[in-house]
Design a protein around this ligand. Structure first.
Ligand SMILES: *Cc1c(COP(=O)(O)O)cnc(C)c1O
Length: 419
């Protein structure tokens, strides 16, 4: 459920008509609904209340906007970060360092030092090598790093290959059958407080079965490690719950996810940690765009919009579908290809799609663009960095400026020997 609805034939974000935002900020622009964000954060959090001890760490990479993080901090979410930059954002939003989980396969020594100095709550180690390095750095600082060991459960998440992370051939975590040995060796290191296991098998999961299979394997490993005499008090079960991108698609509900967790983790006696991203932010945003022109095509017309793959990369990267709706529908439909202005054929949002009839100058939205949208934006083709707006009832504000190509140009230098 979201708060992007038609009123009097005009698409609104909560109480704000989208043409107003387009007129004042320009297009393309991401528009987030605070009510939708809060609602998703609460539904997920409340569903997991059937579990005894839970720690929620929002996956910052899905939407790192400071205003978004502020809302989630107020809802009691910690943060799952994958870089020092993301950690800085989480801290700037007021998320306590103790509630920050640092994930990622390539944490640098400098990032480890900074996170330790800030009081980062947990490092999710991706390898034995990383654990040894972290232990040494923490020891050198007179600190003990709290950590879990990420395992690769070798389970097929059944999602797009580029967002599948839990198969043996993926770069993430340590191999399942070597994990107990690595856990034992890392547990012996001063400078490291290894307290559990972590896993994350992929994103945009349409079914709970792969998660259940992975959690079951993780539980068995947890018991084996305890039987070896090592403590396992925390189990970080990652993120990955998918969301519907097409009207009519059915995805697992948070309550079903929670029921599965209650069944699988029964008797674990561990704090369960979660790193939800898309399920919290996916539905909370749309990308508002204007039709530049409609060009005649061989088979179907080309609807050229002013948003492009640099603003919303998912279709180009993952063949992803985003529903497309006119802001002021005319009541008729057309079959068209929707493309952006970038000089790449992959700058295509949809082919042969049945859409609201649109013409030059019309506004439209790509829906479900709140996760992995603005966060992946870039300035390819020397386009501006796309801005972001948050709506809250009848209030709205720009929460990220459009960064103009001139600003980026001003950061470039011509060396004296070329002048
Ligand atoms: C990306 C990521 C997440 C969030 O995934 P979603 O599918 O958005 O829930 C959580 N944990 C880790 C380690 C990740 O890399």
């Amino acid at each position: 459920m979201d708060h992007f609805e038609y009123r009097g034939g005009v698409l609104h974000a909560e109480d704000v008509p989208l043409p107003l935002i387009a007129a004042e900020v320009g297009t393309p622009v991401y528009v987030y609904s605070r009510a939708t964000l809060t609602r998703h954060a609460r539904v997920f959090r409340d569903a997991l209340k059937v579990l005894p001890r839970v720690h929620l760490a929002f996956a910052v990479k899905s939407n790192p906007n400071l205003a978004v993080l502020k809302v989630l901090a107020a809802e009691g979410y910690g943060a799952d970060v994958v870089s020092a930059g993301e950690m800085d954002r989480a801290l700037a939003a007021g998320i306590p360092a103790a509630d920050v989980v640092f994930s990622g396969v390539g944490k640098t020594a400098a990032e480890m030092r900074r996170a330790l100095a800030a009081g980062c709550g947990q490092f999710n180690l991706e390898s034995e090598e990383e654990g040894a390095e972290l232990a040494e750095i923490a020891g050198g600082m007179g600190l003990v790093a709290t950590a879990t060991l990420r395992i690769n459960p070798d389970v097929d998440a059944g999602t797009h290959a580029k967002i599948s992370t839990g198969k043996a051939e993926n770069k993430f975590g340590v191999p399942y059958d070597r994990a107990a040995g690595i856990y034992a060796r890392l547990s012996g290191l001063p400078g490291l407080n290894l307290r559990g296991l972590a896993l994350h098998i992929g994103s945009q999961l349409a079914k709970l079965d792969p998660l259940e299979a992975a959690f079951t394997k993780a539980g068995a490993l947890m018991h084996a490690i305890r039987a070896d005499g090592f403590a396992v008090t925390h189990m970080d079960l990652g993120g990955g719950v998918g969301v519907p991108y097409r009207a009519g698609e059915v995805f697992p509900q948070p309550a079903e996810y929670a029921a599965m967790l209650a069944r699988v983790t029964q008797g674990w006696d561990a704090t369960l940690m979660f790193e939800p991203g898309r399920v919290i932010t996916g539905n909370t945003g749309v990308l508002l765009t204007e039709v530049v022109r409609v060009k005649q095509g061989a088979l179907h017309p080309w609807v050229v919009v002013d948003a492009a793959m640099n603003d919303l990369a998912r279709p180009a990267m993952y063949d992803a579908w985003h529903d497309f709706s006119a802001v002021t529908p005319r009541g008729t439909m057309m079959t068209a290809n929707i493309v952006g202005p970038i000089c790449e054929s992959s700058d295509t949002f949809a082919m042969a799609r049945e859409i609201d009839t649109v013409a030059r100058g019309d506004l439209a939205v790509f829906r479900t663009a709140g996760a992995y949208g603005a966060t992946m934006a870039n300035t390819y083709n020397s386009r501006p960095m796309v801005p972001e707006v948050m709506v809250d009832g009848a209030k709205w504000a720009v929460v990220a400026d459009r960064i103009e190509p001139s600003t980026i140009l001003s950061a470039e230098r011509v060396p004296a020997w070329l002048a």
